[in-house]
Design a protein around this ligand. Structure first.
Ligand SMILES: *Cc1c(COP(=O)(O)O)cnc(C)c1O
Length: 462
């Protein structure tokens, strides 16, 4: 399988090189040259597969022999063997029309583990094959860092440095990252906010000599391996409903910020999974909702909300969707992205906007609606939603017709975001793994929010 750039200016590369490249060298995003198509017969046969078996089949289509099947099977089994639920991503029926797809049974209690457990093992495998050390550099607003660290801690051939904004991640997120004492992990607590961390990383990656000398690799959500890993649970959840005779009109509601998770659903649909509607849920940072309803993609003012992992104004995966929306034409994507650079916005109208509105329903959830949704599901169904999941559930309520079923993706365990749950006076008992974090020694280095300060730490660590 060849991977090409949405901007069309790189030579096609194979899967492993696409993973190592992260962002395409021409500034675009990597996509498979063709999306594999699955027949109804194949889909029917796959209904019987376990989660790891299904992941192996789907990954094989995209990796196309580049990693021998036995090796790939071991990577998949190792990655999903760390999950606490036998089903990996179980589907819970909450009401006749709503099912919750629980994606939080991995080591850090958020859905990022599904992709980052796999990516961590994949990097380790590639490092052994290439006999060279991989240096991972990333910035996080909380969940990605914890999950990436958990994916590679203690692994040979990998060193990881994660920047987080000092004092601006949740208590649980901070503890998950900083109580890890493996020698291959460096946590930098940066004076500044998440955007400062992100800018520093971008500028260090843009220094090509620096990037090459240290074999710097990325773990952010533009990595194609992350999208691929996230397509699996759409298939898995759909199959669970189809087996119960409920495969007729199945919608998915997805709380999103970077457009990563929902793009994985879009890919699954293009591969032939008969998803009825894809419902895109945002919080008050509703750039994506405005894009779907008005055709204008334009970052607005940053809002701090109860669902901080979706407090994002520039959706880094959005360009992949633009590519498919424009008939896989890299020239059009490049032109739109230069418009965006120049005017700070992209405008879509006419037939293209109609297509967007066929592909997605979208709904932006306000803070008070997020909390009232958590309260009402707790009292009506005794199900405690985390605030990110609550955005998806609120959107599902709005768009599920009488003869439809919606699967709402649950992206985090509520104990990870207890700050919001406390506001509505619900007392929860955190899982023992989360309780065990308090009181453990923390390992982190506080640094100024400048490239020089961070580079100095990296040179000493790598
Ligand atoms: C990262 C994250 C999201 C948003 O994921 P996208 O890839 O931006 O769509 C939603 N919820 C939680 C808990 C997250 O950590």
């Amino acid at each position: 399988m060849d991977y090409i750039s949405t901007r069309g200016k790189i030579e096609p590369v194979g899967f492993v090189d696409a993973v190592l490249m992260g962002l395409a060298d021409d500034g675009g995003l990597l996509v498979p040259k063709q999306i594999p198509q699955l027949s109804p017969d194949t889909l029917h046969a796959w209904q019987q597969l376990s989660y790891p078996e299904l992941a192996l089949e789907l990954f094989s289509l995209y990796i196309d022999g580049e990693i021998p099947r036995d090796d790939l099977k071991k990577l998949v089994d190792d990655s999903y063997g760390t999950f606490r639920d036998d089903e990996v991503t179980p589907v819970r029926r909450v009401s006749n029309s709503l099912h919750i797809l629980e994606l939080f049974h991995g080591p850090t209690f958020a859905f990022k583990d599904i992709a980052l457990q796999f990516l961590g093992n994949l990097y380790s495998y590639i490092s052994q094959k290439h006999n060279s050390t991989i240096h991972i550099l990333g910035a996080t607003s909380g969940d990605t860092g914890a999950s990436a660290i958990e994916g590679v801690r203690g692994k040979e051939g990998i060193r990881i440095c994660i920047l987080h904004p000092h004092g601006k991640v949740s208590k649980v997120q901070e503890l998950q990252m900083t109580t890890v004492d493996d020698a291959n992990v460096l946590n930098l607590a940066v004076d500044g906010n998440f955007d400062d961390c992100q800018r520093i990383i971008k500028e260090l990656f843009a220094d090509v000599a620096f990037k090459q000398r240290y074999h710097l690799r990325a773990i952010n959500s533009i990595n194609i391996a992350r999208i691929l890993a996230q397509t699996v649970y759409y298939f898995y959840a759909y199959f669970q409903l189809a087996k119960q005779g409920q495969g007729e009109k199945v919608n998915f509601s997805v709380p999103t910020g970077n457009f990563g998770d929902i793009f994985a659903g879009y890919m699954a649909k293009r591969m032939g999974l008969p998803i009825h509607k894809l419902i895109l849920a945002t919080n008050e940072n509703n750039i994506l909702e405005r894009f779907v309803t008005e055709g204008v993609y334009q970052p607005g003012e940053f809002r701090g909300t109860h669902s901080p992992s979706m407090d994002i104004q520039v959706a880094s995966n959005f360009e992949r969707y633009l590519y498919y929306l424009n008939g896989e034409d890299a020239g059009t994507v490049s032109a739109l992205m230069s418009d965006f650079k120049r005017d700070g916005r992209i405008v879509i109208a006419g037939e293209a906007l109609k297509q967007v509105q066929t592909d997605f329903e979208a709904y932006g959830v306000q803070n008070d609606e997020c909390l009232s949704t958590i309260s009402s599901y707790y009292s009506d169904y005794s199900y405690l939603l985390d605030p990110h999941t609550a955005c998806g559930v609120a959107a599902a309520q709005r768009y599920t017709a009488d003869d439809e079923v919606t699967v709402a993706l649950s992206t985090a365990h509520p104990a990870k975001f207890d700050e919001a749950i406390q506001l509505i006076n619900i007392k929860q008992t955190a899982p023992s793994q989360i309780q065990a974090l308090s009181g453990k020694p923390q390992f982190q280095t506080r640094v100024a929010g400048t490239n020089e300060a961070v580079a100095e730490q990296l040179l000493a660590f790598f």
